[in-house]
Design a protein around this ligand. Structure first.
Ligand code: NAD
Length: 503
């Protein structure tokens, strides 16, 4: 059985742990690898390597750091097929979706290639007579990233390209469910010319994570995962004096207005609800249909499309499937439990994905696309993040009720509206309590040069990932105010006891 170890100081570091996690191919249910659950001292060794590499990397000119990113981008492109297959084999998502994930990660690398410009800081001449000011955006030191299973390549790449390009060193703790991508990315960074120790990977669970949250050499922690763990990460890292951004769970709603282009909306909703088997933090899980007529037409259109969907393994010889398996047997059972609860609590089950069988893949973790109508806000399927292929339709009488419903939900990651009316769309964008808003766009994931992050219990910490927020997160501003001797000479013997004003 292949073992996924760590990557420390530029090479694979074999762990001496006796604790391992099983890594499965979700399409077949077979265990393909095991991953080490590193001991605390192994996580400390990764931090030590990153700490030792920091002084030289910090002094490396941004242009040269950017050139490593350019090379890394080329290598990601050259290895796309290998990486996408690995993602599909460990996560389960279909091949083209794995390529999409890689592309989204690669776009952050492209953004990071512009770091000499992004990290310039600000400058003002003559803030006072003969006095100039400029700011320096300095790297923080060792930064850590703790990432979820659902995007084993993209989410780490939301973080480390910007962290490294700005001059930090990094320790990545990938998800234990699909850990192999982390090591491949480490190898590619090395091949791109990244000095040893600048990027390290430590595999494991809470024991390794706790080192990253408490070790005084770690300056900043980026986390993406479920909300209860995000709260733990944010409170622990903050209590240990670290800068932290912790992105959590979601329950993304869209509003379907009676004037919307129903055909377009319905197609978009199916893709956004069931792509990656609903295991996306921006997956659409609730449609709030305004008016019974709108809801009736939508449910008819959705069920027709859903019944045509192909569910199966992520990699096939023939035409690609629309949806692969979910990550694990436990997660499949949890999703089925939610579907049971929806039925028990009185929602109308329009399409039932329980008991989904895929020929030749009897032990795969498949749940078919599931559609509920007449869902109400008191139901568990409405309140909880299911993180599976389950779409709920909630019926409301008007726009205002739809907006209030969304704004009452504990999560506020993404939200969308389908309408032909500009004023309604504008109102919605302004008033909805969510961090990312789509107008006739079902999954409004910001591009790399904008920042990604939700509101409410979907994020802890003030700065989002990538874009300008990413650059701010991984740098510390220092503002230098300069006066040169000619003016100093005039005032050499004067002391000033009032607050200096420059005018
Ligand atoms: P998870 O919270 O179970 O795990 C995330 C990371 O935390 C993993 O690396 C895991 O090993 C680690 N971890 C788990 N338990 C821990 C503990 N007790 N102490 C310390 N570390 C621990 O999340 P997941 O199941 O891998 O991913 C799915 C979740 O991630 C969903 O809730 C989804 O919404 C969320 N997510 C959010 C975003 C976003 O941008 N907001 C993006 C992707 C995924």
């Amino acid at each position: 059985m292949e073992t996924v170890h760590n990557f420390i100081n530029g090479q694979i570091a074999e762990s001496s742990t006796e604790r391992f996690g099983a890594v499965f191919n979700p399409a077949t249910g077979e265990q393909t690898r095991q991953v080490v659950f590193s001991k605390a001292e192994e996580a400390e060794a990764a931090v030590a390597a990153a700490h030792a590499a920091f002084p030289a990397w910090k002094k490396t000119p941004p242009l040269r750091r950017a050139r490593v990113m350019f090379k890394f981008k080329e290598l990601l492109e050259a290895n796309q097929d290998k990486l996408a297959r690995l993602i599909s084999n460990e996560h389960g998502k279909v091949y083209s979706d794995a390529v999409g994930e890689l592309t989204r990660g690669l776009e952050v690398v492209e953004f990071a290639c512009g770091i000499p410009h992004l990290q310039k800081g600000e400058s003002s001449a003559n803030v006072g007579s003969g006095v100039d000011s400029h700011s320096i955006m300095q790297p923080l030191g060792v930064c850590a990233g703790i990432t979820p299973f659902n995007f084993p390549a993209m989410v780490p790449m939301w973080m480390f390209p910007i962290a490294l390009a700005t001059g930090n060193t990094f320790v990545l703790k990938p998800s234990e469910k699909d850990p192999s991508l982390g090591l491949m990315l480490a190898e590619l960074l090395k091949e791109a010319g990244l000095p040893d120790g600048v990027f390290n990977v430590v595999n494991g669970d809470k024991e390794a994570v706790d080192v990253l949250l408490t070790d005084p050499r770690v300056q900043a922690v980026s986390f993406v995962g479920s909300t209860p763990i995000a709260e733990y990460i944010y409170s622990t890292a903050s209590a240990h004096g670290k800068r932290c951004q912790a992105l959590g769970g979601a329950k993304n709603h869209c509003v379907l207005m009676p004037d919307a282009d129903l055909e377009m909306a319905s197609g978009a909703i199916v893709g956004a609800g069931f792509g990656a088997a609903g295991e996306r933090c921006m997956a659409l899980s609730v449609v709030v249909a305004v008016g019974d007529e709108t809801a009736d037409k939508l449910v008819a259109s959705l069920s027709e499309s859903i019944n045509k969907m192909r569910v199966g393994p992520g990699i096939v010889d023939g035409p690609e499937n629309d949806m692969g398996p979910v990550i694990s047997a436990q997660h499949r059972d949890k999703i089925v439990g939610y579907i049971d609860s929806g039925v028990e609590q009185g929602a109308k089950l329009v399409v039932d994905g329980r008991g989904c069988q895929v020929e030749g893949h009897d032990n795969g973790y498949f749940v078919g696309p599931t559609l509920f109508d007449d869902v109400t806000p008191d139901m568990t399927i409405y309140q909880d993040e299911i993180f599976g292929p389950v779409l709920s339709v909630v019926r409301v009488p008007d726009y205002q009720t739809a907006l209030e419903l969304i704004n009452r939900h504990e999560y506020g990651n993404g939200s969308a509206i389908f309408t032909r009316d500009g004023e309604t769309a504008r109102q919605f964008s302004e008033d909805v309590l969510a961090g990312m808003v789509g107008v006739n766009v079902p999954i409004p994931v910001p591009m790399a040069f904008h920042s990604f992050g939700g509101w409410k219990r979907s994020i802890f910490g003030p700065l989002n990932v990538h874009g300008n927020d990413g650059v701010r997160f991984y740098t510390r501003m220092k503002t230098v105010t300069t006066r040169w001797p000619a003016s100093v000479r005039l005032e050499t013997h004067d002391s000033h006891f009032t607050m200096p004003t420059m005018g």
